[in-house]
Design a protein around this ligand. Structure first.
Ligand code: 13P
Ligand code: SF4
Length: 303
């Protein structure tokens, strides 16, 4: 039996569902039971029947799965895989802003810790942020932690008044204007599809802005063509698989999230072999109760 076969067998025998984000290695995407963007993964986590969830992604994704399923056992393929953007805001900063702006709704990008979610009114992902914020009754919005996504949402909702945090994703921030202009020159017929975590100057030069799932959907609906992709290169696997006759180009060569690359087949095999002995993702009980509410609010408003 090869490694992938062993993984598939153990998943069944041990009642495990393997969830993976589009940014993880293609070999990991291939053995996963479900691959998606952050929103789809959160929704899937609440509907799975297995009692164990193994997550190939970063910590905030596993935490969201645990918050929405407190009775399930959640394991990370690599427990050290975090999100540097999520670490750019802490609970104390949010409490201080609440005191200063008591009428503002605290809107928290799902790329955040459970402690920060516990201080927030509602969560959003890149695929539902405009819809969710648009439904809030508050006029003033404190958007944390991603400044680029915050500005993107603000542009779509001019009637709201935004306060921004200064967080950013190092991977998307490194996609620069000069390189995009060069890529456009090299591929003059290509459409540019960007994730809203990219800077304003990249979004302004793009033909489409959306979450990873939105980008994959857009390329599929548009049909055969050439596309410059401004997000982590893990999405090239589903893009190329679903659109074998299209061409996809990165803007720069290092559009890579180091934490997402920590999930490997070897680690999945190791985790599944002795699942009972592996450390579970556990969260403080009082934090869990409060942090679940903004996630549930998001699932409600995003419908
Ligand atoms: P998506 O919500 O588009 O999957 O993005 C998650 C993420 O971490 C982007 O950097
Ligand atoms: Fe965080 Fe950026 Fe990695 Fe997404 S790509 S998990 S935002 S560091």
């Amino acid at each position: 039996m090869n490694r992938s076969e062993k993984i598939c067998r153990w998943k069944q025998e041990k009642d495990v569902v393997l969830l993976a984000h589009y940014y993880v290695d293609k070999a990991v995407q291939e053995v996963a039971d479900f691959v998606g963007d952050s929103y789809a993964l959160a929704k899937t986590a609440v509907s799975v029947s297995q009692k164990n969830i193994l997550f190939a992604g970063v910590s905030f994704m596993g935490e969201s799965a645990k918050l929405l399923n407190p009775d399930k056992h959640v394991y990370m393929v690599d427990g050290t895989a975090g999100c540097p953007m999520a670490d750019m805001v802490d609970a104390e900063q949010v409490r201080r802003m609440r005191e200063k702006y008591p009428q503002a709704a605290v809107v928290c990008y799902v790329n955040s810790s459970a402690k920060v979610k516990a201080e927030s009114d509602v969560c959003v992902t890149s695929s539902n942020a405009v819809r969710v914020v648009g439904k809030l009754h508050q006029k003033q919005i404190y958007f944390i932690p991603d400044s680029h996504l915050g500005h993107f949402v603000a542009k779509e909702l001019p009637d709201k008044e935004f306060l921004f945090h200064d967080g950013y994703c190092p991977t998307h921030q490194s996609i620069d204007r000069t390189s995009l202009l060069r890529a456009k020159e090299e591929h003059p017929d290509a459409l540019t599809l960007a994730h809203p975590e990219c800077s304003k100057e990249i979004l302004e030069l793009s033909d489409f802005v959306g979450s990873t799932a939105d980008i994959i959907r857009f390329a599929g609906e548009k049909g055969i063509g050439e596309y410059i992709i401004a997000t982590e290169t893990g999405v090239f696997h589903p893009l190329q698989k679903e659109n074998p006759d299209s061409r996809f180009y990165p803007v720069i060569h290092c559009q890579v999230c180091p934490d997402m690359q920590k999930s490997t087949l070897e680690k999945i095999e190791h985790m599944l072999k002795d699942l009972e002995k592996q450390p579970e993702l556990l969260l403080d009980g009082s934090i869990m109760e409060r942090a679940r509410l903004p996630l549930e609010q998001m699932l409600l408003l995003a419908q």
